[in-house]
Write a protein that binds this ligand. Structure first.
Ligand SMILES: [Zn+2]
Length: 292
């Protein structure tokens, strides 16, 4: 594969995810720290208006606005729809004759640690994931195979991926997580530098990753109102095995509700604040390995 020419770090795709936003501001202030000799790196703030309001979005979730059909649909004219179209055409134009890596930086209220979410199994992305897993014990790799066409910002680039760091509350900075995220970005940039220089170790490795299988909503009544909370035994247990019969919810009366599945799964995004409105209490994954 040809060399990587540029890296774009998108921050604030959700305006209340401060870790990435303030890290991006630091990078803009000290651009030398993200420059490497073999490629250009730049940062952009995806949703400035949502950041100014310290909200996830103004009209709708920007990170669900990038399906091709939606980008081409002139009827879709909300603030985020127009923003998505502008970002898409800007990055497409910019990356015309370039091999561009697009990193979309998010944070989560769930205990996601340093999660890399891949939307494809492109060999470059798998090698990067294996390298990061090998050198950073907080890194977890998720693979979300798009059922239909992806509508995420990172899908603009063939070499796009999402980083989710947590747990951190919305519109809050956590210094430890900020520094861990910063170190992870440098590890990504350093890997790309060594890749371009042909010195990245093309060794055979086993990559452990977590593949999305389904989402689970909260128990709700006929009016759609939530009837139970995440069970305290499951809170912050992202990436830990959950077996059939183990409790996942606790009703307001104090009754445990068990996981009804038939096999062991690995829940992630447990009790993610932003997912209450999406009807998602957690995402279930299967733990898998891949020889690369
Ligand atoms: Zn986000």
């Amino acid at each position: 594969m040809v060399n990587i020419n540029s890296v774009v770090i998108a921050t604030g795709t959700h305006g209340n995810e401060f870790t990435g936003i303030y890290l991006g501001k630091k990078f803009e202030k000290f651009p030398n720290i993200i420059q490497r000799s073999s490629f250009e790196t730049r940062v952009f703030l995806s949703n400035p208006k949502a950041f100014a309001a310290a909200r996830r979005y103004i009209d709708k979730d920007l990170n669900r606005c990038f399906a091709k059909a939606d980008l081409q649909n002139p009827q879709l004219a909300s603030y985020e729809d127009i923003l998505a179209k502008n970002i898409y055409y800007l990055l497409k134009e910019e990356s015309k004759n370039q091999q561009q890596v697009l990193i979309d930086l998010h944070s989560s209220t769930a205990n996601m640690q340093l999660t890399i979410i891949l939307k494809s199994q492109h060999p470059f992305l798998l090698q990067l994931a294996a390298e990061l897993s090998a050198i950073n014990p907080d890194v977890r790799i998720c693979y979300s195979q798009p059922i239909k066409e992806s509508n995420y910002l990172c899908s603009i680039s063939e070499l796009g991926f999402t980083i989710e760091v947590g747990p951190v509350a919305q519109a809050v900075l956590n210094a430890e997580l900020f520094q861990k995220t910063e170190a992870l970005i440098y590890q990504v940039l350093d890997y790309i530098e060594s890749y371009n220089q042909g010195v990245s170790k093309e060794q055979n490795r086993t990559l452990t990753f977590y593949q999305y299988t389904e989402v689970i909503d909260y128990p709700r009544n006929e009016d759609g109102e939530i009837q139970a909370m995440i069970h305290p035994q499951l809170q912050f247990r992202d990436y830990e095995p959950l077996n059939p019969g183990e409790p996942i919810f606790l009703t307001f009366d104090g009754n445990a509700i068990a996981y009804q599945g038939t096999s062991t799964v690995y829940p992630i995004f447990i009790n993610e604040a932003a997912y209450y409105e999406k009807g998602i209490a957690m995402c279930l994954t299967q733990k898998k390995t891949l020889e690369i």
